[in-house]
Ligand binder design. Structure first.
Ligand code: C2E
Ligand code: MG
Ligand code: MG
Ligand code: MG
Length: 295
């Protein structure tokens, strides 16, 4: 299934695989080790997508699934995205990896559709590096068309820094994909540096409040005030709000009281492999008066 990914991995890297040298410091050597292993991982199917439900606050229905990349190295075991995504970005490997992610997500959309299991959106994360490709929109359109996935079933998450880097070009790219039916969310909101006035210019559908604001929401007055303000501001701009990293009933309760639209977090479900998501069980649990048990 990864002929394209393999081809691109080779095209982008095979011939410029870099080697260690004695004067490299330990950190640089570690990064380089990861980079070379990551290139190998892409060619040898060590990468996988897990999916985490994004849920309606009011009725706990799954409205979307976020695709999250997982890497299990044959010897080193699982390596976290926080470690390898930055390496992938710096080495350009994020381009063939991002292409693999989109293709895999599109195929999964088709599969769930055929099985009649899930008809919401599948959402992929985009890296700043992908946005710097002038033919990004064309490439994405090709992949979507090739897999036959309906772009109305696809979502993309970007961070503020992605758009800020090249505002006008980025907005044009967003708009072309939105015209195809793709939905856009602004990820990790509150951690970046964009001003509220910029938010008005971004053609985004959803804003995801970063989990660092959700963590102490119930006890920290400042976090509570910020979350309240973000929700009110987003709604006044007709942007829906998702809270990330919801782990407890009390957090959910606060969000519900503030009219937050959707949430995502271990409280409902951890990210899972596609074939381990028990849609029916999750939805049955969602019907309980309080809230779903974490699984
Ligand atoms: P993100 O896009 O903000 O994804 C949310 C992260 O929060 C995920 O971490 C998820 O596993 C974690 N999470 C979800 N619910 C909870 C919770 O209740 N508590 C806590 N403590 N954490 C929760 P993960 O999977 O480790 O990914 C980290 C980051 O790596 C992502 O942050 C995203 O920026 C990046 N990433 C992951 N997959 C991809 C990908 O395919 N492409 C790109 N470019 N970046 C990716
Ligand atoms: Mg995300
Ligand atoms: Mg996030
Ligand atoms: Mg994050």
């Amino acid at each position: 299934n990864s002929d394209t990914a393999m081809y691109q991995a080779k095209a982008s890297g095979r011939n410029n695989c870099r080697f260690y040298s004695p004067d490299m410091d330990a950190k640089a050597a570690h990064r380089l080790m990861l980079e070379n292993n990551l290139r190998h991982a892409l060619e040898h199917e060590e990468l996988a997508l897990f999916y985490q439900p994004i849920v309606d606050v009011k009725n706990h229905r799954i409205v979307a699934l976020e695709a999250l990349l997982r890497w299990t190295h044959t010897k080193m075991g699982p390596i976290s995205p926080a470690q390898f995504i930055p390496v992938a970005e710096e080495s350009s490997l994020i381009l063939p990896i991002g292409e693999w992610v989109l293709e895999t997500a599109c195929k999964q959309i088709q599969k769930w559709d055929n099985d009649g299991l899930f008809s919401g959106r599948v959402v992929v994360n985009l890296s700043p590096r992908q946005f710097r490709q002038s033919d990004m929109v064309k490439q994405f359109a090709n992949t979507i068309e090739r897999t036959g996935a309906n772009p109305q079933r696809l979502g993309m998450e970007i961070t503020e820094s992605v758009i800020m880097e090249n505002l006008d070009t980025s907005i044009r790219m967003l708009q072309s994909l939105k015209e195809m039916g793709v939905e856009f969310s602004l990820d990790d909101f509150g951690t970046g540096y964009s001003s509220l006035s910029y938010l008005k210019r971004f053609p985004i559908d959803k804003l995801k409040i970063d989990q660092s604001f959700i963590r102490d929401l119930v006890n920290d007055r400042d976090d509570a005030a910020l979350v309240k303000a973000i929700i009110a501001m987003a709604h006044s701009l007709k942007i829906r709000v998702v809270a990330e990293g919801v782990e407890t009933f009390d957090q959910l309760d606060f969000l519900r009281a503030q009219d937050c639209d959707q949430y995502q977090g271990y409280y409902f479900s951890r990210p899972l492999p596609a074939d381990q998501i028990r849609f029916k069980d999750l939805q049955d649990a969602a019907g309980e008066p309080n809230a779903p048990p974490a699984i």
